[in-house]
Structures are given as structure tokens and as C-alpha cells.
Design a protein around this ligand. Structure first.
Ligand SMILES: [Cu+2]
Length: 236
């Protein structure tokens, strides 16, 4: 199903793909059906010699049924989509995990800045590190994003983790994901944000746990942070 999609490497990506598939097949079915009926009627009721047109007022039940029956079916299918999509939305948008790797994402013309809190786990301290266009995360761990924009509206889009979120100047929006496969994946801006929009390309680098530790050690060499470590327990 939907095999042209980029590989899903997100814990919630399968749910999103299922909702997408449901909408795709329902809308696809109705599109083909209505276009086919339209073409049939165009030919069947075309202008012909000796056939006077009739005007249908639509005020008998059998005429109204042409409108009301499809309305009822489409409404039922819409509610079905809502029932399938509602829990997925709630899981992704409202039930953000409490623990995870914290990253501030700032979109600006024309790149993505990723800010890490450093060993102290707090933002706006001297050990914060900001990296351009590279989001490094560990595999199988929650990544909690705080999304902001500096100038105009951008849209933070990582196709492989099925995450797309607008970022707006003046607002702080939260997002999260949990990547299940190490590798390098594309990040894009999905909102036309100026002449360099096409160039707003970054990469998500999902490390295995050793690789992530190595990357952390490179950003914050252990020697430099030894002072911040708690004192060794005293022996009595
Ligand atoms: Cu942008």
C-alpha cells in the first residue's frame, strides 16, 4: 500500500500511513466513480435532434434522493475517517511523551538551527550548542522538539518520520518523534518562505546508542564537563 512513500522510520508513522491510506482510497474511489458517471451522463444526455430538454426542479423525493443519498454516504465516510484519525491525532499532538532528548528547532531564512541544552540539560546556559541543518538524535528514544521561527512562516518536514509542522514567528510549538532506524534522512521546509526556500534542506542523523554517545562526546568533550559532574561519594 502506498509503496511510493519514503520509508517510515517513526513509531507513529504507521498510524499516519493508515489514515492517509484510508483517505486516499475513499477519495480515489469517489473521484473515479463521479468522473465516470459524469462522462456517462455527458454522452447519454448529449444534445440530439428530436430530444427536447427537460427541467428538473428536484422537488420530488425520487429526485432529491440523487443528492441526499450521496450526502449521507459521504458524511458517513467522513465520520469514519474522523474516527480513525482522531486517536492518531490525539496520540501525536496531545499526548507528548514526558521524557526524551530536548532540541529547540528554529527556522529562519534560509536554514534550520538545532539547539541542544548540553550536559546540564538546561537551555540558555553557556554549554548550549547550536548546529545548522543537522539534527542528531539517538535511535529508539523520544525526541522532544520546541519549534520556533525567526522571520516568516516555515514548515518543519521530516518525511521519513511522518512529521510536518508549521513554525510561526512569535509562537512556540511542540512536537516529538521516536526514530526506529539509524541512518541519514532529509529535512525540508514545506512552506514557501522566500527566494531561498528550496535551499532549506537539512538532515536528520539517527545514531545507534554508541554513535550518539560518540557524537555527544565530540560536542561536549568529557574533560571539559568533568567539573560539572557530581562529586564522588566519600568513604567513611
Ligand atoms: Cu522555510
Amino acid at each position: 500500500m502506498l509503496s511510493w512513500f519514503p520509508e517510515n522510520i517513526s513509531t507513529f508513522g504507521g498510524d499516519i500511513d493508515r489514515v492517509f491510506g484510508l483517505i486516499y482510497y475513499i477519495v480515489g474511489f469517489w473521484f473515479l466513480l463521479t468522473e465516470a458517471v459524469l462522462l456517462y451522463f455527458l454522452v447519454r444526455y448529449r444534445r440530439r435532434q428530436g430530444h427536447a430538454p427537460t427541467y428538473s426542479r428536484g422537488d420530488t423525493w425520487s429526485e432529491l434522493a440523487w443528492v441526499l443519498v450521496p450526502v449521507a454516504i459521504v458524511l458517513a465516510l467522513d465520520l469514519g475517517i474522523d474516527m480513525a484519525g482522531g486517536p492518531v491525532w490525539a496520540h501525536i499532538k496531545e499526548q507528548r511523551p514526558a521524557d526524551g532528548v530536548q532540541v529547540i528547532v528554529t527556522g529562519k531564512q534560509f536554514n534550520w538551527n538545532f539547539t541542544y541544552p548540553g550536559p546540564d540539560g538546561k537551555f540558555d546556559t553557556p554549554d548550549d550548542v547550536t548546529i545548522e541543518n543537522e539534527l542528531h538524535v539517538p535511535v529508539n528514544q523520544n525526541v522532544l522538539l520546541t519549534l520556533r521561527a525567526k522571520d516568516v512562516i516555515h514548515s518543519f518536514f521530516i518525511p521519513n518520520v511522518r512529521l510536518k509542522q508549521d513554525v510561526l514567528p512569535g509562537r512556540t510549538i511542540r512536537g516529538w518523534f521516536n526514530a526506529t532506524k539509524p541512518g541519514q534522512y532529509e529535512i525540508a521546509c514545506a512552506e514557501l518562505c522566500g527566494f531561498g526556500h528550496y535551499n532549506m534542506r537539512g538532515f536528520l542523523i539517527v545514531h545507534d546508542s554508541n554513535g550518539y554517545q560518540e557524537w555527544l562526546n565530540k560536542q561536549w568533550p568529557p574533560a571539559a564537563t568533568a567539573d560539572a559532574a557530581p562529586p564522588a561519594p566519600e568513604h567513611s
